[in-house]
Write a protein that binds this ligand. Structure first.
Ligand code: DQA
Length: 145
């Protein structure tokens, strides 16, 4: 069984009711269903969400220690959290893939969203495809259908 950690940052627990014009009207349960449908046989999807920066950093440390690939939507932390960047760098420096994903295309939005402090250490970035960004990321880590 291959495991993939799919980590969502702050306010993504509100998907479905949060700015549906930007993020769509599907809730976190729908994301769980999509990941289950898109994962290759024998892949365990471990989907988690937190509003807490320290908790998210702890989960990245867990990925390093257990050797688990990561799909990360850092949400607003994308734009300013050097602590999260340093933790994400531990993942890629360990030779594990870390794909940064965004539901929206931050580059088509406000200027403060144009900068990601995560992208420079990520294996790759997928943004702007709604929940399909996660499905594409699964393929990118070799765990998609
Ligand atoms: C987001 C984009 C971020 O700018 C924003 O703060 C989010 C969600 C996205 O998935 O499009 O919370 O990461």
């Amino acid at each position: 069984m291959t495991r993939v950690l799919v980590l969502n940052g702050p306010n993504l627990g509100r998907l479905g009711s949060r700015e549906p014009d930007v993020y769509g009207s599907q809730d976190p349960g729908a994301l769980r269903d999509l990941l289950a449908a898109e994962a290759a046989d024998g892949t365990e999807i471990d989907l988690r969400q937190t509003d807490d920066e320290g908790e998210l950093i702890g989960w990245l440390h867990e990925a390093v220690d257990a050797g688990i690939p990561v799909i990360l939507n850092p949400a607003a932390f994308t734009h300013y959290s050097y602590g999260l960047r340093d933790a994400a760098a531990l993942v890629t420096k360990a030779g594990l893939p870390l794909v940064e994903v965004h539901i929206s295309n931050p580059h088509a939005r406000e200027a403060f969203r144009h900068r990601s402090v995560i992208s420079g250490i990520a294996t790759g970035v997928i943004a702007g495809f709604g929940f399909d960004s996660y499905a594409l990321a699964l393929r990118a880590v070799g765990a998609g259908r």
